[in-house]
Design a protein around this ligand. Structure first.
Ligand SMILES: [Zn+2]
Length: 306
């Protein structure tokens, strides 16, 4: 077979879809659930089409950076009251997400022609530190503001999906504040961006990254970036910024239903506040459950240590 990166004829070595170094940070998440194939398995998600040289030498610097940034900021959970400011290297963030998307697409036998020689050289070139203008990355904090504890719906700290649904408008039309009844917006459309070739959404515990890959010759990228940064609760990452204050990008619905991106003005965010107020300002049962779960999780971490 041909190596997916350098193209040389070779015997494939196993390449993790998401770096093993990141999986090592979350040993309690020891099962893999493949939603597309509807399969659960115990081993790590991997693909076997990369030569030893690319795997161990050419692209491994990306894994080192990924481990560094995730372990520095995102192994802990946050509340919506926390202020989280991160320092980041934009080029490395682009490379990390592109690599994972590329791995995932190959593992699903998707059309990955977007990953042409230019992108592959970018990924293999450790010294190449000029980010790609036709790639956009947004980042936000994933915070569980719902009354449902995380572990109740599965220990889903690491998730990713291709082409997340980005809503063009609020999915709730209005709220009756007297009764608390909500009325859905039935015809809310998915926002279709001009010249979008592919997109991915990643969750690394308390962080979410949205990767948007545009047509390389597109003249609409600037306009699309403005739409994304003004309409959605995410921070638009850029080369000039080294630091970012991350907004909370999840609500009670899309925290547990991964793959949906709601507009900033979505009334779902209002519903969260309303629900919390109805509970008297805190979710006591959730807190008790989560404290107990933390103890359980320590045991699982030991049992499945990597
Ligand atoms: Zn290779």
């Amino acid at each position: 077979m041909k190596c997916a990166y350098c193209g040389k004829e070779t015997k494939g070595t196993k390449e993790h879809i998401i770096s093993s170094a990141i999986l090592d940070l979350f040993p309690e998440c020891y099962l893999t659930y493949d939603g597309l194939r509807k399969k659960v398995y115990k081993s790590d998600p991997m693909i076997k089409d990369v030569c030893a040289k690319c795997n161990n030498e050419r692209i491994s610097y990306i894994d080192s950076y990924a481990k560094k940034i995730i372990s520095q900021y995102f192994t802990q959970k946050y509340t919506d009251q926390d202020t989280v400011e991160i320092e980041y290297n934009y080029t490395m963030i682009q490379k990390m997400l592109l690599k994972y998307a590329f791995n995932d697409m190959r593992s699903h036998k998707d059309d990955y022609s977007y990953f042409d020689e230019e992108i592959l050289h970018f990924l293999m070139g450790e010294k190449d530190n000029v980010p790609k203008k036709y790639i956009t990355v947004l980042c936000g904090l994933a915070v569980n503001v719902s009354p449902v504890p995380d572990a109740l719906l599965g220990n889903l700290k690491l998730q990713w999906c291709k082409d997340p649904i980005i809503y063009s408008n609020s999915v709730i039309r209005n709220i009756d504040y007297e009764t608390g009844e909500i009325f859905l917006n039935d015809d809310v459309k998915k926002l279709c961006f001009d010249d979008l070739k592919l997109s991915y959404l990643f969750r690394f515990n308390s962080a979410q990254f949205l990767l948007m890959c545009w047509d390389k010759c597109s003249t609409k990228i600037r306009k699309n970036n403005i739409i994304l940064s003004f309409q959605y609760p995410y921070y638009l990452m850029k080369l000039e910024d080294k630091k970012a204050k991350l907004p909370v990008c999840t609500n009670g619905f899309n925290y547990h239903s991964f793959g949906f991106i709601n507009a900033k003005w979505d009334l779902l965010f209002e519903v969260d506040l309303m629900r919390l107020a109805a509970y008297g300002g805190e979710y006591k049962l959730k807190e008790i459950y989560e404290k107990e779960w933390e103890k359980e999780e320590e045991k699982i971490k030991k049992k499945y240590s990597r």
